[in-house]
Design a protein around this ligand. Sequence first.
Ligand code: FE2
Length: 335
Amino acid sequence: MSISKEKIIQEQSLLEKLEKQTTTIAHIGHVEIGVTNLEKSLWFFTEVMGLYVSASEGDRVYLRAWQDFDHHTLVLKKSDTSGVKQIGWRVSSAEALKSFENQFKDMGLDYKWVEEGSKKALGDTIQFRSPAGLPVELYWEKELFVNTDPATASKLPSHPSKYTGKGVSPRRFDHVNFMVNDVVKEQQWWTDLLGIHHRYFVQNENDIRLGSWLSRTNIAHEIALMRNANQNGALFHHLAYYLDSPDELIRAANLMAENDIKIEWGPGKHGTSGAQFIYVIEPSGNRVEIWTGGFLIFAPDWNPIEWSPEVGPLGLDLWGSKAPESYFTYGTKLL
Ligand SMILES: [Fe+2]
């Protein structure tokens, strides 16, 4: 019995498809930031934001929101300069990590394989930089959070720790945002190489891309890239934690005011994602967003939504407030 040529071609393309499926990112997992004032930043993230410390080791503190299932979603590292040190993304399988390594080798991308045990709660990681210099680490294994503190243990199996209402008390880590000189170039790299889907984008009157929002999961975005108005390179714009409801967002704004944390912008509502927001600057100078709402995406063949210059301002805030100048120019460093 002979196998037809068509059948062989069909099987080859199926194999190629399967191979591609294993070389994928699953979701954003954590962000590691440098803080110049560890003590004050830790106070902000625990007492004002209401995150929980899952470990503290040397000059690093590992934090998570009450329903973050992982060991950590934020790492604070004592540093001479504030900024971002790593953006952690989980890949879809152990094979995917090797597969990404092979791909990087083939294309001559400069990367570092970091063995399990070098980084707290993480298995092997691959570290590399995007064209704009954004520091990325891919991993498959990460410890889950195990609660050993009776004060925060929950009887609900779906709650890795109790909802206590301490501080802002976000439910979970949500996304990161960067300013870059060339949004199109950076977005294409993230989509083409890492498979992070392009969700929506904003163009200006000269048809220059002002921003692109991307995700691998069904949330509106896990990473955003915005044009640096000063064109002076890539900067860390913000990290964001998610709240369930607008009333909690107003409560968060009140907590910021009571604790002398500068609210840079908001409360407002982004027309692009439909999420309501406030932006604050934490004591070491990194910007933090607290947000709630936002649409979800289920279509596998999603077409990125274009926001033209006529509706661009509504994309930023559909209630009509204007972002301060600092929003388009201020960021902390890529470390
Ligand atoms: Fe954001």
